[in-house]
Write a protein that binds this ligand. Structure first.
Ligand code: CU
Length: 367
């Protein structure tokens, strides 16, 4: 009896180290650490291979916890915000957003953050995937030419935002210093044909929308939360024309969509599409048949869609001014044969003005 009691206490204490075990309601298996799932890291440390957006690292097939080393570099770079418009971006690894990091629940993630010698500002990183004060911010403050590192255990699966948190954080974020980290559930996410990584963010420039030249940050607009630009992946046109996302009819695509903000909530929508499956807050809760997903600044969503008809589909923040007047517009080009059973044009013709006798009905209806 004593032994059983001791075992029960030991198990309870062991479990207490894992946040999921403190909640009574059922969680989908593998989305939160348990002692069985998230023991000590195994094998050799893995160096994460990072890719620029909208590319996504491949799904993780490993089924044990490991140490994953993530090398990031803060870089201040002058780049294109729109055709003819330049901006002095703050970035992780030179892109807005920074590369998507992909780990597995239970992994020990080692973040090594360098600050480029050519930079002028101190930077750091706060990852929302971290259970720990500041999300790593205080442990990663780096002046130009320095590197800092810290480690955390990824206790909860989900899609999380990371961002620079150096004061004034709103300025660092408004300059583009954010990205996303996916913590995969233990058995991975359902398989899809293609995955895309898209992040929304705002830019506050002195000049009006599309005013050419190098545009400095407008602090008044930032404090008033009135952006000049609302864009996907750091600039107007990052996902249109030659940069449009591509897929085939019959494929299921997945968007890892996060919002860097710093201020606006996105109403993420695909014009002419319904999301079959979404994890609306980027966590374990799953929903279906959703038209538009609310994604707050510092929040994420995972959204899957099976593509059933061909065409060029618009990816937008459905707050309409942002899509047509501020840049929040992307394209997904779906190739394949027309599917008239699912979607077709019937007619477009003049009809007689009111007061004239209607043409006889072509057929009667009894319902
Ligand atoms: Cu920064």
């Amino acid at each position: 009896m004593k032994r059983i009691l001791a075992t029960a206490i030991a198990l309870a204490l062991g479990a207490a180290g894992f946040a999921g075990s403190t909640h009574a309601s059922p969680l989908p298996a593998g989305w939160t650490c348990t002692p069985a799932l998230c023991g000590a890291p195994q094998g050799k440390p893995i160096v994460e291979h990072l890719l620029p957006p909208p590319e996504v690292p491949p799904p993780i097939t490993r089924r044990y916890p490991a140490t994953v080393i993530v090398n990031l570099e803060a870089k201040e770079v002058v780049g294109k915000l729109a055709d003819g418009v330049k901006y002095d971006f703050y970035t992780f690894d030179g892109t807005v957003p920074g590369p998507m990091i992909r780990v597995r629940v239970g992994d020990t993630v080692e973040i090594r953050l360098k600050n480029a010698h050519s930079d002028h500002m101190p930077h750091n990183i706060d990852l929302h995937a971290v259970m720990g004060v500041g999300g790593g911010a205080a442990n990663s403050i780096v002046i130009p030419g320095h590197e800092a590192a810290f480690a955390f255990k990824a206790l909860h699966a989900g899609l999380y935002v990371y961002h620079c948190a150096m004061a004034p954080a709103a300025v660092h974020i408004a300059n583009g210093m954010y990205g996303a980290i996916l913590v995969e559930p233990a058995d991975g996410l359902p398989k899809v044909d293609k995955e895309f990584y898209v992040m929304q963010g705002e830019f506050y420039t002195k000049g009006a929308y599309m005013q050419p030249g190098l545009q400095p940050l407008d602090m008044t607009k930032l404090l008033d939360e009135q952006p000049t630009y609302v864009v996907f992946n750091g600039r107007v046109g990052s996902l249109t024309g030659e940069h449009a996302l591509r897929a085939k009819e019959g494929q299921t695509v997945r968007f890892f969509f996060s919002n860097g903000g710093p201020n606006l909530t996105s109403s993420f929508h695909m014009i002419g599409g319904i999301w079959n499956t979404v994890w609306p807050w980027g966590g374990s809760n799953e929903d279906h048949n959703v038209q538009t997903i609310s994604v707050p600044p510092g929040g994420s969503t995972i959204a899957d869609m099976k593509l059933v008809v061909p065409g060029t589909f618009m990816l937008v923040d459905h707050a309409a001014v942002r899509m047509f007047n501020k840049g929040a517009l992307g394209q997904l080009v779906v190739s394949g044969p027309e599917q008239p059973d699912l979607y077709r044009r019937l007619w477009n013709k003049p009809f007689p003005p009111s007061g004239t006798s209607p043409a006889p009905a072509a057929a009667s209806s009894t319902h």
